[in-house]
Write a protein that binds this ligand. Structure first.
Ligand code: C2E
Ligand code: MG
Ligand code: MG
Ligand code: MG
Length: 291
């Protein structure tokens, strides 16, 4: 904790953290330079294929270890990075590090067992116009084949201007795939999906909260799966964290699953072993029923 660090600067933190507002400005100031000081790192959460029974993708998730305040959630600090131009530099580093880490496992070329990597990209990063060159640089640097990179955007990005859509389309022409993250919780109508450069839907974990007992959420889970299948888009379900939820999703025919029940996000050093552990966590629970 801040107190245990016991330096003169501690008082600054005790004072500064008295209000939410102050915590925000302290974090905002400290985030500037966090990348250079080596305080940011990526962890990787497996997405398991319930038909092939193996980990097919890992999602790169950003972590910040603050020297005095400890681990700060990306839910708190990513929005702060988005308020400044910092997200552009951080986002560029995330792309580089994620591609390097996954390419280092197997050389980066496509193949039957090749692992894909999903990278979250913020709206501001897409709007900056630097996404396409940043992706190209990360692929060139790592040697990762473009087909193995999945870029995760949120629904609101698809409501943006023509330049943004054109950049996403350019990524797709390179062979990179685009996923809509937190699908189903945006403000938009479904109409925005038509004709969009999108390859994958990631269903928000909201739909899984209490899904075993809530018939309305079960109906939503089925509807999202059906929509994906009608549009020819695979659906990844995130937030699978109880055996009952897993059983339910598999009975519905959901194929791509991500959640704490299968695996927590993994440190890089645990990645190779963790992929297999996630797959065996799923295998232990029997085959999926495809619709
Ligand atoms: P997201 O992209 O929707 O990521 C999924 C979040 O759900 C992750 O939280 C993951 O740890 C969590 N999760 C996965 N399975 C379960 C489960 O079974 N139960 C529960 N309760 N949670 C589960 P995390 O790592 O805290 O990230 C939160 C959000 O921060 C992400 O949501 C994403 O929007 C943002 N984020 C994380 N890394 C990056 C990044 O590199 N760039 C950008 N722009 N945003 C990022
Ligand atoms: Mg995501
Ligand atoms: Mg998500
Ligand atoms: Mg989310």
């Amino acid at each position: 904790s801040a107190r245990r660090a016991g330096s003169g600067s501690v008082h600054r933190y005790d004072d500064a953290l008295r209000t939410e507002q102050d915590r925000r400005s302290t974090l905002r100031a400290d985030l500037d330079g966090a990348l250079e000081r080596g305080e940011l790192r990526l962890v990787f959460q497996p997405v398991v294929d319930a038909v092939l029974h193996r980990t097919v993708t890992v999602e790169a998730l950003l972590r910040w270890r603050h020297p005095l305040l400890g681990d700060i959630s990306p839910v708190e600090f990513v929005p702060l990075a988005e308020e400044s131009a910092l997200i552009t530099a951080v986002g560029r580093w995330v792309l580089l590090d994620a591609c390097r880490t996954v390419a280092a496992l197997d050389g980066g070329q496509p193949g039957a067992d090749a692992l894909n990597v999903a990278v979250n990209v913020s709206a501001r990063q897409v709007r900056s116009g630097e996404l396409v060159p940043d992706v190209l640089a990360a692929l060139a640097d790592s040697g990762l084949h473009p087909s193995r990179l999945l870029v995760e955007i949120t629904e609101s990005v698809l409501l943006d201007d023509a330049h943004v859509i054109e950049d996403l389309a350019a990524l797709r022409r390179l062979g990179v795939r685009i996923a809509v993250d937190d699908f189903g919780t945006g403000w938009s109508s479904l109409a925005y999906l038509v004709g969009m450069p999108v390859d994958v839907l990631k269903m928000d974990q909201y739909f899984l909260a209490d899904v075993e007992h809530d018939p309305a959420r079960r109906a939503m889970c089925r509807a999202v799966l059906q929509l994906g299948s009608s549009l020819g888009l695979p659906v990844i379900v995130e937030g699978v964290n109880t055996p009952a939820t897993l059983a339910l999703l598999r009975d519905m025919g959901h194929r791509y699953l991500q959640g704490f029940l299968l695996s927590r996000p993994l440190e890089t050093a645990q990645l190779a072993d963790g992929l297999e552990l996630a797959a065996s966590a799923l295998r232990a629970r029997g085959p999926v029923v495809l619709p």
